[in-house]
Ligand binder design. Structure first.
Ligand code: ATP
Length: 237
């Protein structure tokens, strides 16, 4: 039994020039967990994900993936170690078919191509199987988000970072994105989820960290989702 965290941030500081974006952030994600990182606009959530991927340098602290410090490594090396980011904004290749988009994820696998991963993705996202030959650009916003997540998954990551998957989607579609996240978690995939939809994230995640102005303000459990006062207090603290 390996109980060391899959991801650990220790007192991480990140700045853009002189502007501090993240200050003294510590958090952890255990294998199989879905952990939320929530907070208002500009809190430093996306910056934190980009730093984990090696795309933004940290100025202090440590980022540890499965016991190994990764700060300072190139993004490709971090990706090869099994960390995948699904960025904000549903970036799919619009003129490629759904299946071609998924095959790009397959090509990024660490352990060689595995057609079974495609089949698994279609089981998780039946709508993608139905649309597999259609250009990704004709899918609805919610379906494109499913495709972006599925592409991240077929790469077979040990840790999947999701940046605001519900952003810009209609409320009913947001429901389907959160259902998708619940299914991914049942699949045993380890996820760090950045979201602005605080209540839903807190309800879903094993634990949610509240980031405000680059600082950790609270750590919330699913039971706190119904406690609006506690949620608001965490944001305003
Ligand atoms: P949002 O939900 O709006 O994306 P966020 O919590 O993800 O918010 P970040 O995007 O990480 O927040 O931004 C944190 C801070 O860093 C903000 O003050 C933002 O203006 C600043 N920032 C982000 N990216 C850059 C950049 N490339 N250059 C300079 N400052 C940046």
């Amino acid at each position: 039994m390996n109980d060391r965290p899959l991801l650990e941030l220790r007192s991480v500081e990140i700045a853009y020039g002189r502007v501090a974006a993240v200050r003294g952030l510590s958090l952890e994600v255990q294998r199989g967990e879905l952990v939320g990182l929530i907070g208002p606009n500009g809190a430093g959530k996306s910056t934190t994900l980009h730093a984990i991927m090696g795309a933004v340098p940290i100025s202090a602290g440590e980022i540890i993936v499965d016991g190994v410090g990764v700060a300072g490594r190139a993004p490709e090396a971090i990706a090869r170690s099994g960390v995948a980011l699904v960025p904000e904004g549903r970036r799919v290749f619009a003129s490629f078919s759904v299946e071609e988009n998924l095959r790009l994820g397959l090509a990024a696998r660490r352990n060689g191509k595995d057609e079974h991963a495609l089949e698994e993705a279609y089981e998780l996202f039946p709508v993608l199987r139905e649309s597999r030959r259609r250009p990704a650009g004709v899918l609805s916003g919610g379906q494109q988000q499913q495709l972006a997540i599925a592409r991240g998954l077929v790469a077979g990551p040990r840790l999947l970072l999701l940046d605001e998957p519900s952003l810009g989607l209609a409320p009913a579609v947001v429901d389907s994105v959160f259902e998708t996240l619940a299914r991914i978690r049942e699949h045993g995939v380890t996820v760090l989820l950045v979201e602005q939809r605080a209540q839903r994230t807190v309800a879903l995640a094993d634990r949610s960290y509240v980031l405000v102005n680059g600082e950790l303000r609270a750590t919330l459990a699913p039971a706190d989702a119904g406690d609006t006062d506690r949620l608001v207090a965490a944001y305003l603290a």
